[in-house]
Design a protein around this ligand. Structure first.
Ligand code: PEP
Ligand code: MG
Length: 324
C-alpha cells in the first residue's frame, strides 16, 4: 500500500473512468507546505490565517502578513492557494483582541463579523493579500458568511484596497478569485443567490454540521448528533454544488469530511470539484478515487439523498457500493 501511495505522489487525481478531481491541502502556517508537497497536494484549499494572529504578541503587521502569504504562494509555484481571511472568535481567542465574554461564542461575534466591524485590521490583511497576489495564484475566501450583504461588504473593502494600492503604484494580480466558505446553513440554502456573485464555494463541514444539527462540535455529550452522512447534510452539500455549477463556478470542501473515506464516494457522486484535507490524507484519497466510477457514485449519492432515512443507512449504502 505504501508503495502504491509513493507512486501516486506525482500523479493526477483521476477516477476509474478518467474524471479529474483536485486534491488540495489545509495548512495553518507556511511551514506546513513541506507536507503538502511531499504528499502530492495539487493546491492549498484552505490556509487558516488566524494562526498568524494567534502566534503573535500583537496584530501582525501588513509586512509580516505579506511575507507569510508570499511564502505560501511562492512555495506552491503557481498552483492555487486559497487563503481564508481571519476566522477568530468561537473557540479561537486572541489575547490582544479583547472580546466580551459571550453565552454562545459559536453563535456570536466571530470571523467575518469581527472583520466587518473592525475594518481597520481587516483592511490590513486584505492589503497584505493583494500585495502578495503577484507571487502566485491567490484565491481569497471569507469565513462564516451568512448573508449576501456580508459578502458584498467584504468584497467592497477588498476592491477599495485594491484601487488604493494600484493608485499608489503597487502591482496587484487581476486574477484573484474571491469566494466564501459555506459553513452556515442559511448560506447553503440560498447558495443559488451567492453563486451569482462569488467565484467559488468551499464547504466548511466542521461548522456546517454543528450548525445544521445544533450540536457543538466540541461537546462529547452530543457528539452522536455530529453526523456528516445525515441526509440533511448531504442535501445541503448537493444544493451548494449544483448552485455553483449552474453559474459556472466551482465548489470545494475544506472541512474534515473532504478527507473522510466514507464521504469521498458520496462527494465524487455529487460532483464536488475540489477536496481540501490534511496533507496526510491526500495519497490515501487519491488511491481511493482511482477505484471509483463517477456514474456509479452519482447513483449512490442520489440514492443516499432520496432513499436513506438515517446516517447509518447512508454508511451501509456506501459500503455496498464500494465493496470490491
Ligand atoms: C470548517 O468549519 O469546516 C472549517 C474548515 O473551518 P474551521 O475548522 O477552521 O472552523
Ligand atoms: Mg469553520
Amino acid at each position: 500500500q505504501k508503495a502504491e501511495w509513493e507512486k501516486l505522489k506525482n500523479a493526477q487525481t483521476v477516477t476509474a473512468d478518467g474524471k479529474h478531481f483536485e486534491l488540495a491541502a489545509n495548512i495553518g502556517t507556511p511551514k506546513d507546505l513541506e507536507g503538502v508537497i511531499s504528499n502530492g497536494g495539487e493546491a492549498v484549499g484552505l490556509y487558516r490565517t488566524e494562526f498568524l494572529y494567534m502566534d503573535s504578541p500583537d496584530f501582525p503587521t501588513e509586512d509580516e502578513q505579506y511575507k507569510a502569504y508570499s511564502a505560501v504562494l511562492e512555495g506552491m509555484e503557481g498552483k492555487p492557494v486559497v487563503v481564508r481571511t481571519m476566522d477568530i472568535g468561537g473557540d479561537k481567542e486572541l489575547p490582544y483582541l479583547k472580546l466580551p465574554h459571550e453565552m454562545n461564542p459559536f453563535l456570536g461575534y466571530r470571523a467575518i463579523r469581527v472583520c466587518l466591524d473592525r475594518d481597520d485590521m481587516f483592511r490590513t490583511q486584505l492589503r497584505a493579500l493583494l500585495r502578495a497576489s503577484v507571487h502566485g495564484q491567490l484565491r481569497i475566501m471569507f469565513p462564516m458568511i451568512a448573508t449576501l450583504q456580508e459578502f458584498r461588504a467584504a468584497k467592497a473593502l477588498l476592491d477599495e484596497e485594491k484601487a488604493k494600492l494600484e493608485k499608489e503604484g503597487t502591482k496587484v494580480s487581476d486574477n484573484i478569485q474571491v469566494g466564501i466558505m459555506i459553513e452556515i446553513p442559511a448560506a447553503a440554502v440560498i447558495a443559488d443567490k451567492f453563486a451569482k456573485e462569488v467565484d467559488f464555494f468551499s464547504v466548511g463541514t466542521n461548522d456546517l454540521i454543528q450548525y445544521t444539527m445544533a450540536a457543538d462540535r466540541m461537546n462529547e455529550k452530543v457528539s452522536y448528533l455530529y453526523q456528516p452522512y445525515n441526509p440533511s447534510i448531504l442535501r445541503l452539500i448537493k444544493n451548494v454544488i449544483e448552485s455553483a455549477h449552474a453559474e459556472g463556478k466551482w465548489a470545494g470542501m475544506c472541512g474534515e469530511m473532504a478527507g473522510d473515506q466514507i464521504a469521498v464516494p458520496l462527494l465524487v457522486g455529487l460532483g464536488l470539484d475540489e477536496f481540501s484535507m490534511s496533507a496526510t490524507s491526500i495519497l490515501k484519497t487519491r488511491s481511493l478515487m482511482k477505484r471509483l466510477d463517477t456514474a456509479k457514485m452519482s447513483e449512490l449519492a442520489q440514492k443516499a439523498i432520496n432513499e436513506c432515512d438515517t446516517a447509518d443507512e447512508v454508511v451501509a449504502l456506501v459500503n455496498e457500493y464500494t465493496a470490491e
